[in-house]
Write a protein that binds this ligand. Sequence first.
Ligand code: AMP
Length: 286
Amino acid sequence: MQTKLRIAVQKSGRLQEESLALLRECGIRLEEGRDQLKVASRTFPLEVFYLRNSDIPQYVHDGIADLAILGENTVIEKEKELDLVMNLGFARCRLSIAVPKGTEYPGLQWLNGKHIATSYPNTLRGWLKQQNLSAEIHEIAGSVEIAPNIGLANAICDLVSSGNTLFMNGLEEKDVILESEAALYANKNLSPEAKTILDQLVFRIKSVLAAKNNRYLLMNAPNEALEAIIKILPGMKSPTVVPLAEAGWSSVHTVIAEDRFWEIIHQLKAAGAQGILIVPIQKMIV
Ligand code: AMP
C-alpha cells in the first residue's frame, strides 16, 4: 500500500482556514466531509486529521499524525519535541504580559509577588524563572483578558496580534515573552517513504509562499532610460528587456518582493518608466 502522510490541522479555530487554503494552493484537493475526523486527498498522498489545537503536539510526538500545522506558541507550551520543518508566515502573534491601563509599571520587577492569569502556564513559568521573578500563575482556559477586571489577577499573559482585545478590556501590553507564527511540524522519526513525500510537500509550499511574497513587474521605458531603471530594480536575476514595436522603446520585466514595490515606484517613474504594471504570481519555483 502506498504511504500516506497524515497531517493534523485544527478542527476549529484561527489557524484552520489558512491551513486548508495553503494545502489547496499546493494542489491538494480534499474529499468532502469537514465534519469527519479524517479526510483523504485524491491528488496527493495525504490524509488530514482534524484535531483540537492543544492535543496536536502530543499526537505528532506519538506518531499518530506525521505532520501538523500549528502555532509555534502551542508547541512551546506543550513542551513536545517535534521537528520544525518550516515557518508558514501566517497567524503571527506574540505572547505578552499586560496590566490594567494606568498601572505604575516601572519594569519586570513589578511582577514579583503578583498574580498572573494565563492559558500558557508552562511558557510563563519558564520565562519567569529565566527572568528570576516569582509570581503566582492562575491557569484559565479562555477569556484571560477579563481576569484583572474581576479581581482574579493583577496581570495577564496572553496572545496578542492587533492589540485590540487588550485595548477593549482596558489593558496595556508591557513585555513580550515570545513571538509566534504558524509552522509546519513533523514527527522526529518519519520513515524514509514519509520523508520523500514531505520533501514534495515542502517544495510545493515553498513555491506557494514565494509566489505570495513576490510580484511580477512590467513597465515600458525609452531605451536611454534603461540603464538607470535596471540599477533601481532589485530583481531575481537581471531583468528581461524586450524591444517594443515603437522604435527606441523597450519593455522591462522582473520579479520583486511585494514589500519593496512602494519603495521603488517613484524612483522608477522619475527614471522614465511608464505604463507600470504589477501582477500577482500564481506559483514561483525556487
Ligand atoms: P484557536 O484558539 O484554536 O483559535 O487558535 C489559537 C492559535 O492561533 C494560537 O495558538 C496562536 O498560534 C494563533 N493566534 C494568532 N493570533 C492570535 C491571537 N491574537 N489570539 C489568539 N491566538 C492567536
